[in-house]
Design a protein around this ligand. Structure first.
Ligand code: MLT
Length: 232
């Protein structure tokens, strides 16, 4: 599913939904769990995040790639160091990634994926043996290269396991993108819209980290408790 705007088309209530926002929300979430965060509450709006902040919560908030002034952290994986977050709960809102989680919340399972936890995400899917929908966060409902390429990497791993087949042309398109560019992802990503956004704000430092596979073995999984979304 190339964009949250297409989610109803690919929606399957019995599927595992892998929400992906390579630059940078789901990479940042994986890094935060690796560094010991206890839970992350994704919220869709700035107002919700501000309410949590006023109640004393640690808050990560980003809009249009920049950290929001009221927040403790922005949306760089390097913000979420063990010293700052280990053992803590964090509320998180980003322009597209946390919105995509909200869109998918009713699926059989919702997890977040990125290159940094690619293998762990594939193993999770193989364990659950349900259909898999990769929900690309994109940018304001538009398709993007980085999330789609990750989708292709996951399709490739799952198909090579012998336990999955590509379920749609979308999966094949994504896999073709991955296979065409997997040997030099960074050069490919330099052409993307989001790279230009990050460079314009001098926030491209985390891009190489976002593209290195398997530095994280954790898979954040969503739980919904009385309408509150909690990743753990
Ligand atoms: C988003 O949610 O749109 C992104 O993660 C933007 C960013 O790079 O901060």
């Amino acid at each position: 599913c190339f964009s949250p705007a297409l989610y109803q088309v690919y929606h399957d209530p019995e599927s595992v939904v892998v929400v992906v926002d390579i630059f940078r929300a789901t990479t940042t979430m994986a890094a935060a769990f690796r560094n010991g965060v206890r839970t992350i509450r994704p919220v869709a709006t700035i107002e919700e995040a501000q309410t949590y902040k006023a109640e004393g919560w640690l808050v990560g908030a980003e809009r249009n790639v920049k950290k929001c002034d009221f927040a403790d952290f922005g949306n760089s994986p390097f913000d979420y160091t063990p010293e700052k977050i280990s053992g803590h709960d964090v509320v998180f809102t980003t322009t597209n990634g946390t919105k995509a989680i909200t869109v998918a919340k009713d699926a059989y399972r919702v997890i977040t994926g990125a290159f940094v936890n690619l293998k762990a995400v594939a193993d999770y899917c193989l364990l659950h043996q349900h259909n898999v929908v990769v929900l690309c966060s994109g940018w304001q409902d538009k398709i993007n290269i980085e999330d789609t390429t990750f989708g292709g990497a996951l399709v490739d791993l799952l198909v090579k396991s012998g336990q999955y087949v590509p379920g749609s042309d979308a999966a094949l398109i994504a896999r073709d993108m991955w296979n065409a560019h997997k040997d030099d992802l960074l050069s490919y990503m330099k052409e993307t819209d989001h790279m230009a956004r990050l460079v314009a704000k001098h926030l491209e430092d985390a891009v190489p980290y976002c593209l290195i596979p398997d530095s994280v073995s954790y898979v954040p999984e969503l739980e919904v408790q009385e309408n509150i979304l909690i990743l753990h």
